[in-house]
Design a protein around this ligand. Structure first.
Ligand code: FMN
Length: 415
């Protein structure tokens, strides 16, 4: 059963959408070295726009060099010189009747100086279990002020580049999530402690954007819960949602998890052990036979496999939607028309968003609308999420690429 309003026009903060199915932020490893969108971005986003998406949320775009991803090809919006390239991109997407929202992010401690050349920063000097080569530098007042200013400056550039809005990436354990969670924020000053204090950096960013850009749409993506000790729980997420609304946020996308927890953000039935061992930075220095004989079984034993794998943030979205009056978007394992209906019909969310279904088929929304598909062909193998460490985003459909010729120890597809 298709929700009656799914393909009717709707709006988020005045952004007209042709339907309620959005493309959720998906890092593509496709940007130029400067952080400008590359030709592959234009091709991909144009295809998604032509393919009927209600709106596109871009892959995360960095607001500061310090907060750059350790993945290759991250979009950046930290300099005015980037604006013209983005203007071409937004123009191309708009010509297909699709709005486009720029996701703004700072990775905080979820990055590596070995790649970025800069020591990671965080609210507190606590090591991450994945990015665990170094202890991040605790941000001081000056550093926090710069981050607030740089988020607002990036939003200003987005507006000038023709984006219909921005989304603050406050989910998945990135810098803003690190401030929100008691697990990563142990500060005793005005940026830590109470929920209001942990939220302060976000309220300052929103205040500044509102002052500089008026009612320009600013969405937020949050992790409504995770499994970290002392981490995010739904009752605190409700408080955050209320604070977001009070601070002028336009809409909330509800996700869950942190990168540190493994693949709880994008869940699947199996662990993608083969691509992890073949290209993840934590394993590629280990000789191949040892990877196969020792690391693989340990991974299988030790990595959590969160359940369910479909529509897994719907209850959190419903709880948050009951607490606020701004639109709520739910994401996470929504891959069939039934999943969409379960989210929209039961009032859990106003909009739904998907990531992996667009990786395998850019025109999945049109196919849903025309009755060509009722379910995405995505098998949730998560190879796409692992192999972006090596090259541009694409669907691998559960198979490692054939190239197995790169010498052992150099990481690329060695298994
Ligand atoms: C390859 C890949 C890259 C992603 N990059 C981002 C990102 O840049 N920002 C973000 O908020 N979420 C990112 N995500 C998470 C997705 O937006 C989404 O929350 C998650 O995949 C669950 O939705 P799905 O089941 O529709 O894939 C990414 C997911 C994948 C698979």
């Amino acid at each position: 059963m298709m929700h009656p309003d799914l393909f009717n026009p709707a709006a988020i903060a005045g952004i007209p959408l042709r339907n309620r199915l959005l493309r959720s932020a998906t890092h593509e490893s496709m940007a130029e070295q400067s952080g400008a969108p590359g030709p592959a971005h234009e091709k991909l986003y144009t295809a998604i726009a032509r393919g009927g998406a209600g709106a596109i949320i871009t892959g995360y775009a960095g607001i500061q060099q310090d907060g750059r991803s350790s993945l290759p090809g991250m979009l950046m919006m930290h300099e005015d010189s980037l604006v013209p390239a983005y203007r071409r991109l937004t123009g191309a997407v708009h010509s297909h009747g699709c709005p486009i929202i720029l996701q703004l992010a700072h990775c905080g401690r979820q990055t590596r100086s070995a790649v970025t050349g800069m020591k990671p920063v965080a609210p507190s000097a606590l090591k991450d279990r994945i990015f665990n080569e170094e202890i991040p530098r605790e941000l001081d007042e000056e550093g926090i002020a710069a981050i607030i200013a740089d988020f607002a400056a990036a939003a200003g550039r987005a507006a000038r580049a023709g984006f219909d809005g921005v989304q603050l990436h406050m989910a998945h354990g990135y810098l803003l999530a690190q401030f929100l969670s008691g697990y990563t924020n142990r500060r005793r000053d005005r940026w830590g402690g109470s929920l209001e204090n942990r939220f302060r950096i976000v309220s300052e960013i929103l205040l500044r954007i509102r002052r500089e850009l008026g009612d320009y749409p600013v969405l937020a993506k949050i992790s409504a819960y995770d499994r970290r000790p002392g981490g995010m729980r739904i009752d605190e997420a409700v408080g955050i949602a209320r604070l977001l609304e009070a601070s002028g946020c336009s809409a909330i996308e509800v996700s869950s998890g942190t990168v540190e927890e493994g693949l709880s953000i994008m869940r699947g039935p199996e662990l993608p052990v083969a691509p992890l061992l073949a290209c993840n930075f934590r394993f590629t220095a280990i000789p191949v036979p040892l990877r196969k004989a020792v690391v693989a079984p340990l991974l299988r034993l030790g990595m959590p496999r969160p359940q369910p794998v479909t529509n897994y943030n719907i209850d959190a979205a419903r709880t948050i939607r009951q607490a606020v009056s701004i639109p709520v978007i739910t994401v996470g394992g929504i891959h069939t028309l039934t999943d969409v209906s379960d989210a929209l019909d039961t009032g859990a969310a106003d909009f739904v968003s998907m990531s992996r279904p667009f990786v395998i088929e850019t025109d999945i929304v049109r196919k849903f609308r025309e009755g060509i598909r009722t379910a995405s062909c995505c098998i949730k193998c998560n190879y796409c999420a692992i192999l972006i460490e090596q090259g541009p985003l694409r669907c691998w459909y559960g198979k490692l690429p054939e190239r197995q010729t790169i010498p052992e120890g150099q990481g690329r597809f060695c298994l």
